[in-house]
Write a protein that binds this ligand. Structure first.
Ligand SMILES: Cc1cc2nc3c(=O)[nH]c(=O)nc-3n(C[C@H](O)[C@H](O)[C@H](O)COP(=O)(O)OP(=O)(O)OC[C@H]3O[C@@H](n4cnc5c(N)ncnc54)[C@H](O)[C@@H]3O)c2cc1C
Ligand code: SF4
Length: 509
């Protein structure tokens, strides 16, 4: 008998509580999951990222099959190029008339599947993704009522409405925001001894995925000598427990700090489990609040952490779907340069960039400030085409999915959106990196110098950026001072900086 409905599960929808599992009639419907080559090669995805996705998908499929759910799984060795190919192949063998699928995390995939269904006269129902805290339409309504739709107000609204860290109508502790208490740099001694991260030894499934990647996708960037990401629900929960018991208490204080050879510090490393939908944002937030209530973590840490998930994560998702068609066309700063080669091989004398890129190649990870104020900042100051840097971020980080990566990269980090995500470009000189890390102490450049042999490229390019965009920056009350500082420099100093910036552009491959 023809099974009428195909229940399509995409790689970042590994959530047994999603709507696709509700009221399933196994006589008239069946599930399908597919590993398609394009998702790792045409739209580049590093070895680490591809392994996370495919291993988590295979574990999830195994779990569904154990529960006797009728699931067809196509692995890489089927060599299906795209979702369209996978659907063609499946339709031939197992006819169906309708597809149901939870909304994809990338508008490109929605378009591809819609196009395929139109061509094959198959109907499709996109189900809302209930993994998020905001319900369908909630962000849109909020946005329509706001003149200044900044993250802070969205975050406060969600906190009030969901009674998260609230004491009646007031925020717990009397303040919405503890940023003033957060964001310290480490002392000269660096971080205290950090607890070891959980070791998730690759099991047979992960080893098979790694083998398949070497066989079918050998040219992907990055390497797999170190692979230690949670790929099952159980491992995701262990990562959450590790964060709550070992790191949360200092998360707020050192949220923005960086330290040589310390990729994770007090960060949660939960984005990948959250974005694959192994963990729900509610359970992560609840776990942090419970630690606060048990007096195991201070309020500045817990509020700072909740803000990232309830505030930023929900906010960027709302913005992604608001501007879905437009993001990849945005280029408010008219940036035209190619992405420097160092982003692919970490070959650079700039210690901060070497550290941040090396980490991405090795683990597929960078914490927020490394992404924003090292790799992102350099690209912004260098003037890299927004689409090129977006493709790099989407490819290289294990947690990258378009709905979260695009607004963070094109909006927050590159200001290609002209101010949708943030009110100003995040620009800084080497002085910021020097303040927040010990990288500069291990670097041949000097963050204070803007020209000459030892000039820090961040500092040179920062002033060149201020010079290039002085009209735009002068209009922003928060950046006008930086333009004034540039204007206060002598003509000869300005000339030397411009010349040094040109030299850097000529030299860097
Ligand atoms: C240029 C750029 C690109 C980024 N791309 C991604 C991406 O592809 N995927 C992704 O999940 N995050 C992205 N982020 C946001 C953030 O850097 C990562 O979520 C975070 O570094 C993940 O590490 P962690 O789990 O240890 O986070 P923690 O520092 O422990 O933070 C806790 C959680 O808060 C959430 N979070 C924190 N900041 C943000 C943010 N700005 N937007 C959305 N969620 C946030 C994440 O779910 C994270 O797991 C990007 C940031 C920048 C500046
Ligand atoms: S001196 Fe400049 S290039 Fe070197 S680590 Fe510091 S900020 Fe980075």
């Amino acid at each position: 008998m023809t099974s009428q409905t195909l229940l399509l599960i995409l790689g970042d929808q590994l959530n047994r509580n999603s709507l696709i599992f509700e009221d399933v009639d196994t006589k008239t419907s069946h599930f399908m999951m597919a590993e398609v080559l394009d998702e790792s090669s045409r739209y580049l995805s590093s070895k680490q990222r591809t392994t996370v996705f495919l291993s988590a998908m295979r574990h999830f499929a195994e779990n569904c099959q154990k529960d006797d759910l009728p699931l067809f799984y196509y692995s890489l060795d089927k060599r299906l190029a795209s979702f369209s190919d996978a659907l063609d192949h499946h339709l031939k063998n197992t006819p169906f008339k309708t597809i149901r699928c939870v909304l994809a995390g990338d508008y490109r995939v929605v378009k591809e599947i819609n196009h395929w269904t139109n061509q094959h006269d198959i109907s499709i129902e996109w189900l809302p993704d209930q993994h998020f805290i905001a319900r369908q339409g909630e962000f849109k309504r909020w946005l329509s009522e706001r003149k200044q739709p900044r993250m802070e107000y969205w975050y406060r609204q969600l906190r009030k409405e969901r009674a998260i860290l609230m004491s009646g109508q007031s925020p717990v502790g009397g303040r919405w925001n503890f940023d003033q208490d957060n964001r310290h740099a480490f002392s000269q001694k660096g971080p205290d001894a950090l607890a070891e991260t959980h070791q998730f030894k690759p099991d047979k499934i992960t080893k098979d995925v790694i083998k398949a990647i070497h066989q079918y996708l050998p040219d992907l960037p990055g390497d797999l000598d170190e692979f230690n990401w949670p790929v099952t629900l159980n491992q995701a929960k262990q990562t959450l427990d590790d964060f709550i018991s070992q790191r949360l208490a200092k998360f707020g204080d050192y949220q923005d700090a960086m330290w040589l050879d310390q990729p994770f510090l007090y960060h949660s490393r939960l984005s990948v489990a959250l974005n694959l939908k192994l963990l729900s944002p509610d359970e992560v937030i609840d776990a942090a609040i419970q630690a606060y209530e048990r007096n195991e973590a201070p309020l500045n840490a817990v509020e700072g952490f909740v803000r990232q998930i309830l505030g930023w994560r929900e906010y960027v998702r709302g913005l992604y779907w608001t501007h879905k068609q437009d993001w990849l066309q945005m280029n408010a700063l008219n940036a035209r340069r190619e992405l420097p080669q160092l982003y692919w091989d970490a070959k650079t004398d700039m210690t901060c960039l070497n550290q941040a890129v090396m980490q991405v190649l090795t683990y597929g990870y960078g914490h927020h400030i490394q992404r924003l104020m090292v790799t992102g900042l350099f690209s912004l100051l260098w003037g890299v085409k927004p689409k090129a840097i977006h493709e790099w971020y989407l490819a290289m980080y294990v947690d990258a999915v378009a709905w979260v990566e695009v607004p963070n990269t094109l909006g927050m980090s590159q200001y290609a959106d002209g101010g949708i995500v943030g009110s100003k470009p995040y620009i800084a000189s080497g002085a910021y990196i020097n303040r927040m890390s010990n990288y500069c102490q291990h670097c041949r450049f000097d963050p204070k110098q803007a020209h000459g042999e030892k000039a820090c490229p961040f500092t040179t390019l920062y002033w060149a950026f201020v010079d290039r965009h002085h009209d735009l920056l002068s209009q922003n009350p928060r950046l006008g001072m930086q333009v004034k500082n540039w204007q206060r420099k002598s003509k000869s100093e300005q000339k030397a900086i411009r010349k040094h910036a040109e030299k850097l552009h000529r030299q860097l491959p």
